[in-house]
Design a protein around this ligand. Sequence first.
Ligand code: SAH
Ligand code: DHB
Ligand code: MG
Length: 223
Amino acid sequence: MGVESRSWADVDRYLVQQTCAEDEALSAARVTSRAAGLPSIEVSPNQAKLLYLLCRMIGARRVLEFGTLGGYSAIWFARAVGDGGWVTTLELEARHAEVARRSLAAAGVGGRVEVIEGPALDSSAALIAAQVEPYDFVFIDADKPNNPRYLQAAIELTRPGGVIVVDNVVRAGEVADAQSRDERVLGSRGVIELMGADPRLDATALQTVGSKGWDGLAIARVR
Ligand code: SAH
Ligand code: DHB
Ligand code: MG
């Protein structure tokens, strides 16, 4: 078989099948999201499993997520922190939050996930003002133009040694276009440049291909 006849999605199917196949609750969350008309933009199972493993590797007990959608990634985070752990996830759309709460409850983890409705900029500012216990792991996956602002909030909310991951930073290569006027690309460039330059962080960024096309993740450890 020639390399041209294979696709990123075919390889993802194989990798997912062998290493991180979904159980009932996860496929049900995906089905529930589609049935409710939510966009099909949750992380892929192997991306979700990477986030889950990163949480497990640092023994994360508290996770903060920007951008809940239907709760797919939040279920993985709830499993990573385990019984006694806590997940806070921020979502603008009331309808998305409602679908997420339903799927989180159906997955049996509703008791350790708080879905906070409203603009994540406001919700994260409120968490900072309330001096909540610091998070071990933060996943930034909401509206892309605000990524630099979300990173600043995330740094304030993460303990030393904690990890911050930003989704969708490559956007089919557009991130390398210094001339781009697309607010989402500017948001990705902004967050990458901040992550590279901020003395409080130790960062890297990786391109990814697969069922979600050509994109990438930025990952930082808080010093
Ligand atoms: N993390 C999810 C996918 C999130 S998709 C998963 O992998 O399963 C991005 C989500 O961010 C959408 O649900 C969208 O409604 C939400 N969003 C967009 N703008 C936002 C804002 N200003 N504040 C909070 N959430 C926002
Ligand atoms: C989009 C958003 C995401 O978080 C993602 O993972 C893929 C696509 C989007 O808004 O197009
Ligand atoms: Mg995303």
